[in-house]
Design a protein around this ligand. Structure first.
Ligand code: BJW
Ligand code: ZN
Length: 248
């Protein structure tokens, strides 16, 4: 029935909404110059994911895994949030009931100023002791390889959720609550293949949310969502969510 909703239609819906949840992936940071995971120049290109982003890989060769993370931290240290990150900060201020779920570990949402956010795959600027479990911020570039715990000398690992590891209970609880209670879910720049985040669109849909997807390309979720826009995050997100997006 009717035409495909336009960006202006969705902007209107978002303006009217009391509760909005946003799910982001690597595509939103691509516009800050951060490589994605599965793109042509993605981070996995020269490695299979299970070779680096798994507990087994770290046990087998912690030095190799830390070198990969050190390289990514160095790359990230030069990157800053873009207009899409900034638009979501404005949205958080405007919407009474707002939650941002990000799969990104780069911390750019918090750097931009978002506070109501679950970093469900962790944060590359935090380390965790494999012996005593202590978590702390670490911004060293380069980082000492292999880094060790200041309180027990145990081996530190990135505070990141690897394949086969469970997400933190509190992040899952916050995410499910936000997905089940939102009027509108906005999904930005994720390929939608990694679980549990890949199930978030169907969960919100089942609970009655209007689901909007924004990606450069179609995804496995494109048929399920209410409307799918193709474009770059930094161009489209400001049009969808900011008051200044009205003009022009
Ligand atoms: C743009 C753009 C622009 C580009 N503008 N868009 C079968 C069923 C269910 C589950 C499983 C299963 N088999 C295995 C599993 C479990 C596994 C899983 O899902 N595997 C799949 C690959 C099948 N999941 C897990 O293990 C999770 N844990 C878990 O399930 O625990 C319970 C359990 C335990 C044991 C057994 C079974 C269950 C944990 C997953 C953690 C994933 N972590 C990673 C790596 C972190 C390491 C690190 O960063 O250092 O997180 S994987 C990697 O993918 C990273 C990302 O957060 C995540 C998602 O990627 P994302 O963000 O979607 O990026 P891309 O690159 O894939 O896509 C970018 C998109 O942007 C593209 O679509 C572009 O088009 C678009 N784009 N530029 C707009 N400018
Ligand atoms: Zn320790």
């Amino acid at each position: 029935m009717g035409h495909k909703p336009t960006i202006t239609d969705i902007k209107e819906r978002i303006t009217q909404a009391r509760s909005v949840t946003v799910l982001t992936g690597a595509g939103i940071s691509a516009d800050s110059g951060v490589p994605t995971f599965r793109g042509a120049d993605g981070l996995w290109k020269n490695f299979r994911p299970e070779e680096l982003a798994s507990p087994d890989a770290f046990e087998r060769d912690p030095r190799l895994v830390w070198e990969w993370y050190d390289w990514r931290r160095e790359l990230l240290s030069t990157k800053t949030p873009n207009a899409a990150h900034e638009a979501l900060v404005e949205l958080e201020k405007r919407i009474a009931d707002f939650w941002l779920i990000t799969q990104n570990v780069d911390g750019l949402h918090r750097t931009a100023g978002s506070t109501q956010v679950s970093e469900i795959h962790g944060n590359i600027w935090k380390v965790r002791c494999t012996n005593c479990g202590m978590v702390e911020s670490n911004h060293d570039v380069p980082i000492d390889i292999l880094p060790s715990c200041t309180s027990c000398q145990g081996l530190l690992r990135p505070h990141i959720v690897w394949f086969g590891e469970s997400l933190a209970r509190e992040d899952l609880d916050a995410s499910f609550s936000a997905l089940q209670n939102c009027e509108l879910l906005l999904i930005i720049g994720t390929s939608g293949v990694v679980y549990p985040a890949a199930s978030f669109a169907p969960i919100a849909k089942e609970h009655g949310a209007f689901v909007v997807e924004l990606n450069l390309d179609p995804t496995p979720n494109s048929d399920l969502v209410d409307v799918s826009f193709q474009g770059r995050a930094r161009d489209i997100v400001p049009l969808l969510v900011t008051s200044s997006g009205n003009r022009g």
